[in-house]
Design a protein around this ligand. Sequence first.
Ligand code: BES
Ligand code: MN
Ligand code: MN
Length: 460
Amino acid sequence: MNETQKFINDNKDRFLNELFELLRIPSVSADPAFNQDVLNTADKVAEFLKEAGADNVEVCETSGYPVVYGEKIIDPSKPTILVYGHYDVQPADPIELWESAPFEPIVKKTEIHPEGAIFARGSADDKGQFFMQVKAFEAMNKTGELPCNIKFMIEGEEEVGSSSLSEFVPANKEKLKNDIIVISDTEIISKDQPSISVGLRGLSYVEVEVHGANMDMHSGVYGGAVPNPLNVLSAMIAKLHDEDGRITIPGFYDDVLELSAEERAEMAKIPFDLEEYKKSVGIADIQGEKGYTTIERTSIRPTLDVNGMWGGYIGAGAKTVIAASAFAKISMRLVPNQDPDKITKLFTDYFPTLAPSSVRVVVKPHHGGHSYLLPTDDKGYLAAKKAMTQTFGKEALPTRSGGSIPIVALFEKELGSKSVLMGFGLNSDVIHSPNENYGLFNFYKGIETIPYFFKYYTEG
Ligand code: BES
Ligand code: MN
Ligand code: MN
């Protein structure tokens, strides 16, 4: 792998400049106003794959945004690694909170990254991360050190639930056939403590509506007698947790996979500084389910959160009014064994029972996703551990991520392949938030490490 590492070293600046080109295109999949930009990003990704040396590069149409495919088959008797990533990004809003423009990437020094971090929407989630895979491939390929076959599948709808992939993956089983999938779209513990995600949470997402009077009413004339949907909705939402921070939906915890005492003891070894954590997000105290640590609450335990809530008058000044309707978007993060459809049904059956008879309640299910677990004796895990342990000079630990990548469970179901979540982000990258950033250290460490994963997986 020496030539590969030398190639990487000699091309560091070019790799960064190329990533900047990708980051400059605002590929926001959630907002139709960026439709053309998302499509242009797919073309740009295809161009980079070709330049890196991939064959049969294709921008594959789906019922939504295209999937970019490319491959290098060096020897059919060798293993095939499928690289998955996403070129779409989250909306940049609230834009006024960005210290530099979200789609004009720049490198700035920070406390965590004295050598610099790339500030841009998508720098860590996921353009900067999947691009490490593209550049690691380029380095292995151009030096003749690619040890096995490689396929790329970079999609454009991850941030909106990957719904077209439920058709695309089953329809392209042969094309996507692989021995293992590798994904760089998760985080490590810190710059000096490497880790590999062995779990992802699932998701159930619903929108709820509470309807009262047939129009907004004067709150003096009618207030006190006519139901106030905003008051009612708040009270209903408040009932979804008990005093111990547990979710009250009957049957919600029935299928939850509990960890053994040994597994929890293992998890407790992960370095964590509560004061630093509180400071980093600007809160006076933490909260959550009784009996669990912060790391457990954000990874192995299911949660329920209101993501947005609206209704009535929210303009300038005060308007005295009782809204006709109130709305909320609610997400439930799920853990292994919980079925998203079952949980959505439990919610849909239970939530309306919390309402008084004076209002009408509607529950609308959105996308969902299954959780994921990778056993730590999996060949892919062991190769990733060996690679990371080598380049960081410290043993890589297994962690469970709190986020969701629904396609991972779909891959397992449709292709029968496991995914190794070899991401290099940090929680401080603040993905989805203003000032998202990705450390230069992380970007280059990823490019350096990935070729060793390919080598150890092929040898192992
Ligand atoms: N890369 C994230 C998921 C992630 C973040 C995993 C941090 C592990 C650690 C991904 O792009 C994402 O944001 N996923 C969504 C999924 C949803 C849109 C179905 C999520 O987790 O909210
Ligand atoms: Mn992502
Ligand atoms: Mn994301």
